[in-house]
Structure formats: structure tokens, C-alpha cells
Design a protein around this ligand. Structure first.
Ligand SMILES: [Zn+2]
Length: 362
């Protein structure tokens, strides 16, 4: 109950104290150096030496900011050239949520020549923060969707809203992008299952958490919203796709079947909605129902289900935990299924557009 009250507050009356930082604020690197200079000033007997340090620090900061800004300008210019069709940005909790719940939308967007960019907020699994297998899995799945086996990827670290974002772009075309924020993942049935803050505690308690990747970043809730907003503004998508923001969580096996949802999914969707609030150029936001679709009627054609399964299979060959058994992955399209949840998801797709104010002309 608490989380829905919080969402209502954040969604409809913006708290200025929690307002996102503007893109281009000093990075955590710079704030770290400022802390060092403050302590130096308190202890150093030599003001002239301090002034030299200060000058060096300011020059270094200006250089870093101008490099980041030039990189962002080049990135946007490349997108403007490549994305003559629409741009589709997906924000999901885990690598594979896009394949299980948002597809076939991403696959169809790639087929019609659109640019797609998928942002994954957490890394790894609740008991294993290593993200390598999940990243490789998504790269294999997007290579299959693009129809390029052996697709190579270009890695970079983008700086947005004071954070460093791990970013991959297909080598052969700028149309396909993946970004990983690498916050620690939570369990589907336990809100406080980890000693260090996971996504639920970042959202519920505003407890800052550390990312699991290198370089390590620290995020609290408003910083996470600011980064998501900066990614959305920078990409300027026509369609923003995410998971369902209104489900109850966590998954409780005592609940009626099909009711409980993964906390990471719901929280990422809520934060994405907050990040996208009042962006005037964004035309369409579409949420996608996820775990509970297992109990809704199958609604994909046999051909669509087979394609979705093939894409998941490519993913699970790299991350075998993503499927119960990658070698025997088959859609379960019965009205009532008792098999692995993933099998039921393969022939179901429940997008729901969110009402938006009339868009400003692009
Ligand atoms: Zn998930």
C-alpha cells in the first residue's frame, strides 16, 4: 500500500527537494575532488599551494566536461542521421524483460527500420551481481533481431546527469543500442532480500545504493530518476516502452494467481513514468504487463510466438538462468498453464498505452 501512496505523491505533486539534477551538473568525480579540496584547505599551511591545486582542478574539470559534451553532440548527430524512422526507447528492470514482455514490439520496430535503445536498470541476479552473461545474452538476442549473426558491439561510457552509463552500440549500425545502469537486482518475492540496498530500498527508503559494475556509481532515487530523464531527453524517442507500473508486489504465492509482480519491474516502471513526466516532445508511453500475463489468454500468433522463442533462445544460450531449459524452450499457449512461467510468456503480449497530453509539434 505504501508504495502506491508514494507514487501518487510523486506523480501528481512534484517535490522540489527531490527534483532531478540538470544534465551537465558536476560529476561524482568532481564532487569527490571538491571534498578533497575542502579538507586540504582546512589542514594546509600554504594558501599559494592551495590556489595552484584549485587552478589545476578547475582546468581539469573544464576539460572533462568539454570532452563529455563533445561526445554527446557527436552521439546525437549520428542518431539524427541514422534514425529517419521512429526512435523506440525501452526501460526495463532486467536484461530479458524486453524479450519476454515488450517483444514483439522491439523486434517489429527493428524490422521496419526504426532505431531502438534498451536501458536495463539492474545487473545480474539477486544472488549473483555479475552482469556479463546477461549483457552477452542481450547482445546475441539483438543480433538475431537485426539479422546479423556475429554482430560486433562498440563499448563506451556515457556521462549523463553526473553518472557514468555503460553503453553499447552495434558496430554496423547506430540503430541498435543497449545501456546498463547496473544497480543491484532484488528478488521477486522478498523486498529486503539483500544486505545492501537494492532497488526497492532506493525507492521506498531513499537509501543510496552502489552499482555492481566498474566504475562503481552511487544512486539514490532522485539521481536515478535524473539519469533516466537525461537518457530519455538525449534519445528523444517517439515511443517510450516500459513495464506495468500499477501492479501489486512482491510475488506472494498466497495471492490469487496472476496478481503479484516482481518489485524491480514495478519500481522501474514507476521511476520511468516519473522521469518522463511533462516531457513535451514525447508522443507515446506504453506500459507492458509482465509476470501476471501468464494467466491471461494467449494472444500472439503461432508465428509471433515462434519468433519470440527463437530470440529468447539466443539470449539463454549466453545466460542459461534466463530460461528453465534453453534446449527445450517452447511456448505454452494453454489458457491455464502449469509449466515454467517463461513458457507462458512466450505467446502473450499485453501493451497498454498511457494517456498523454497532446504533444507539441516536433
Ligand atoms: Zn525481470
Amino acid at each position: 500500500m505504501w508504495h502506491s501512496e508514494k507514487f501518487a505523491r510523486s506523480e501528481f505533486s512534484w517535490n522540489p527537494e527531490g527534483e532531478p539534477h540538470a544534465c551537465g551538473e558536476p560529476s561524482s568525480f568532481i564532487t569527490g575532488k571538491l571534498r578533497f579540496l575542502r579538507s586540504y584547505l582546512r589542514t594546509s599551511p600554504s594558501p599559494r599551494l592551495f590556489l595552484r591545486w584549485l587552478l589545476l582542478f578547475l582546468m581539469l574539470s573544464a576539460l572533462l566536461l568539454s570532452i563529455a559534451s563533445a561526445n554527446e553532440s557527436a552521439y546525437r548527430a549520428e542518431l539524427d542521421k541514422a534514425c529517419v524512422g521512429s526512435r523506440v526507447l525501452s526501460v526495463v528492470a532486467h536484461a530479458d524483460d524486453d524479450l519476454y514482455f515488450i517483444n514483439p514490439s522491439i523486434d517489429e520496430a527493428i524490422a521496419r527500420g526504426a532505431c531502438v535503445h534498451t536501458v536495463v536498470v539492474t545487473a545480474g541476479y539477486v544472488d549473483d551481481p555479475n552482469n556479463d552473461a546477461r549483457q552477452r545474452g542481450l547482445q546475441a538476442a539483438y543480433a538475431l533481431m537485426l539479422g546479423e549473426s556475429g554482430l560486433q558491439w562498440r563499448h563506451s561510457e556515457r556521462q549523463l546527469a553526473g553518472k557514468i552509463i555503460e553503453h553499447w552500440q552495434a558496430n554496423s549500425t547506430p540503430r541498435i543500442e543497449l545501456s546498463f545502469l547496473e544497480l543491484p537486482a532484488g528478488a521477486h518475492d522478498d523486498l529486503r532480500s539483500r544486505a545492501r540496498p537494492n532497488l526497492y530500498r532506493v525507492f521506498a527508503d531513499d537509501a543510496a545504493t552502489e552499482t555492481t559494475g566498474t566504475p562503481m556509481q552511487r544512486y539514490n532515487e532522485s539521481e536515478l530518476i535524473a539519469v533516466l530523464r537525461a537518457i530519455i531527453e538525449s534519445y528523444d524517442p517517439e515511443r517510450l516502452l516500459t513495464l506495468q507500473a500499477t501492479r501489486a508486489y512482491p510475488v506472494r504465492h498466497s495471492r490469487p494467481v496472476g496478481e503479484g509482480d516482481h518489485p524491480d519491474h514495478v519500481i522501474v516502471a514507476k521511476l520511468t513514468m516519473l522521469a518522463a513526466k511533462d516531457l513535451p516532445r514525447l508522443r507515446h508511453i506504453i506500459q507492458h504487463d509482465d509476470y501476471p500475463i501468464q494467466d491471461r489468454p494467449a494472444n500472439l500468433s503461432a508465428e509471433q510466438a515462434a519468433r519470440k522463442t527463437a530470440i529468447l533462445h539466443a539470449y539463454c544460450l549466453q545466460d542459461r538462468r534466463g530460461c528453465a531449459d534453453p534446449e527445450r524452450l517452447t511456448p505454452d499457449c494453454d489458457a491455464r498453464n502449469d509449466s515454467h512461467w517463461g513458457a507462458a510468456w512466450l505467446c502473450r503480449h499485453y501493451p497498454s498505452p498511457v494517456a498523454r497530453p497532446a504533444p507539441i509539434k516536433r
